[in-house]
Design a protein around this ligand. Structure first.
Ligand code: H79
Length: 604
């Protein structure tokens, strides 16, 4: 796969050579530098080899955990304007309350004086929590620059009683304490500059063009941030909007000033950057082939909001970190300094609790890669792969009552298993089905106890087929089905319901599309097959059964496509123990699309 975007045109020799080759191929030259054309019309980027990209991302992928900070003049009133709380995220206050620029200045800018702010203590807390990088809002949508901007006097040094350059103090504290430092910069929205996007309420604005805003303010500010604040590791764009090639290039080229900088995917709609971003939510499955990060406020609001006591529990935060790491992503956890310049005690307490957990268990997070298992009923898994073996870190959220922790399908020889908390050795038992680890009765950590399992050789995990539970029933859900979409068509699909049980196979209008499930039966015999399905049309016919033994089934309308009913459809004779397949294929000519949530097999 070729990586587009990424490195600046003044990049390393190797990057320049790749760009040269690409440029020759594409025949585009400019000012002695060779620029490769992106398929996106108009945008020009240099190419970065996968090796160069991986080397650049290494520290970031090892870090796994960072601090996001939303701090601005909105924090003075904690998101409150004239006694009202107009928004659920305080940094949007000016917009939501339609505050005139002049009012925002008297109510917020003039009063910004966070005298209790101590950059060393602040960064110290991030470090204590186990965070490895810090990204802070240099300018949010409100247009107020939290550093001594030379491009706009609307900044913390020139326009507030505080007069201190917060970005400089933090940059220095981060450098001193070994924390990577990065800037958040809202490049398109600016509710203060007359060319910025977003302010449609203040009628006193004498509009100028967006390009002028970029030329006068955004581009010079970005250049200043990337040349006067030491090593900057991350540039975090936000809320991309359409813009001209000139504007895009002048913003993007700013990051050339720090060649190793990592940027996110929010500069322009089609701009991939170095990593994907997820906001507030953890994806249920990791995106494929890209680095990614979940940003999330520790409470409800990004910026400090007085009424917001919606702090996530330490349990949620620690488990989120393990969940994200188990999918191979980073966690950028946001905190919100107040107008005084400190965090609320709830936030400090959470960070310290995470820090205590990380002190014991950090090794199971830093430098790990995604879980090799599909789903684990007791928690999550992260891993580190080495030439001679693999270390598996089992993050146990639900400590098994029977003292048996099962690793489904693991075939490797176990060399050693122990509790991360005290190195207590644990017995394991291997079988064809997987590895069972014997645990002590008591979980060392109520939130997440880590069990370390060292295995030899490259990982070998046999896919584990579902099998009937103790009462003899087996549920084959929509999301477990393999859908044959005419090799790439989009007719039948799994429509994701909010809850897992509610997802269904839908849009099944093509009678050539069919589905199947694989499972394992240890106890042969007769199994009744019932289905939870919906059918809008009067009737539908399909064939159901094991390959070569399909039976014709007819079902009648359940009302609408949203009305699901459970009905018994057929009986299967399973003669032998072992792996089985069950298929459903539309009967050509008498098929009408059904919605299908699940099949349930019950031993007769
Ligand atoms: O900086 C944080 C947000 O302010 C910013 N991105 C994160 C990192 C962001 N800008 N726009 N959006 C996110 C998406 C739009 C959110 C909104 Fe709303 C929904 C704006 C108005 C309604 C949330 C709720 C913010 C204000 C009210």
């Amino acid at each position: 796969m070729r990586k587009l975007i990424l490195n600046p045109i003044h990049g390393s020799g190797a990057a320049a050579r790749v760009a040269l080759a690409m440029g020759l191929l594409l025949g585009s030259f400019s000012c002695g530098n060779v620029i490769a054309e992106d398929p996106q019309p108009g945008w020009t980027f240099i190419k970065e080899t996968p090796e160069e990209h991986a080397a650049k991302m290494e520290w970031w992928n090892t870090a796994r955990f960072g601090m996001f900070v939303h701090w601005g003049v909105y924090s003075v009133t904690g998101g409150e304007y004239r006694g009202k709380m107009p928004t659920n995220s305080a940094e949007w206050m000016m917009n939501k309350a339609r505050i005139p620029i002049a009012d925002y200045r008297t109510e917020n800018v003039d009063k910004f004086n966070p005298t209790e702010f101590d950059a060393d203590a602040f960064v110290g807390l991030a470090k204590e929590a186990g965070m490895k990088y810090l990204v802070i809002t240099a300018k949010h949508h409100d247009g107020f620059s939290m550093f001594g901007s030379k491009a706009s006097p609307y900044n913390v040094v020139d326009a507030t009683p505080f007069k201190r350059d917060i970005m400089r103090e933090l940059a220095e504290a981060c450098k001193a304490q070994g924390i990577r430092f990065g800037f958040y910069y809202s490049q398109c929205q600016d509710w203060h500059h007359p060319g910025g996007i977003g302010n449609n309420w203040d009628k006193t604005i004498q509009r100028v063009s967006f390009d002028e805003y970029v030329r006068e303010k955004a581009a010079p500010e970005i250049r200043q941030l990337l040349t006067e604040y030491g090593p900057i590791s991350i540039f975090w764009w936000d809320t991309p909007r359409d813009m001209s090639k000139e504007a895009f290039d002048s913003l993007h080229s700013g990051t050339d000033l720090q060649p190793g900088i990592i940027t996110n995917d929010r500069l322009g709609e089609e701009y991939a950057g170095d990593h994907k971003t997820f906001e507030r939510k953890i994806p249920s499955e990791a995106p494929v082939g890209v680095d990614w990060e979940v940003c999330m406020p520790i409470s409800g609001s990004w910026g400090y909001k007085k009424s917001d006591r919606d702090f996530k529990s330490s349990e949620t935060l620690i488990r989120n970190l393990a969940d994200i790491a188990s999918k191979g992503g980073n966690y950028l956890l946001n905190v919100s300094p107040t107008g005084a310049g400190t965090l609320l005690p709830e936030a400090t307490e959470r960070l310290k609790t995470i820090g205590k957990w990380m002190k014991v268990n950090g090794e199971s997070i830093y430098g790990t890669t995604a879980s090799p298992f599909e789903e684990l009923e007791w928690g999550r898994c992260t891993k580190k792969e080495f030439a001679r073996g693999t270390t598996l870190y089992l993050h146990v959220f639900d400590w098994p009552k029977d003292g048996k922790l099962f690793l489904p399908g693991l075939q490797n020889k176990v060399e050693q298993a122990y509790l991360m908390a005290d190195w207590q050795a644990l017995n394991t038992q291997s079988s064809d089905l997987g590895v069972e680890v014997s645990l002590p009765e008591q979980a060392p950590d109520e939130i997440n106890s880590v069990v370390v399992v060292n295995v030899s050789g490259a990982l070998e995990i046999k896919p584990v087929l579902p099998t009937p539970n103790e009462d003899g029933t087996l549920t084959l859900s929509a999301d477990m089905a393999y859908i044959h979409n005419n090799e790439g068509g989009e007719q039948a699909s799994v429509r994701e319901g909010r809850r897992r049980e509610a997802s269904s196979i839908g849009n099944w209008s093509d009678e050539n599309a069919w589905v199947e499930w694989s499972f394992r039966i240890d106890s042969p015999g007769r199994y009744e097959v019932s289905a939870e399905f919906s059918l809008q049309d009067e009737k539908s016919r399909f064939r159901l059964g094991q390959p070569g033994q399909l039976q014709t089934v007819e079902v009648t309308s359940t009302g609408t496509a949203r009305d699901f009913t459970t009905k018994s459809l057929a009986t299967l004779n399973i003669d032998e123990a072992g792996d089985c397949i069950l298929q459903i294929k539309p009967e050509k000519g008498s098929w009408s699309p059904i919605g299908l949530r699940k099949l349930v097999l019950t031993k007769q």
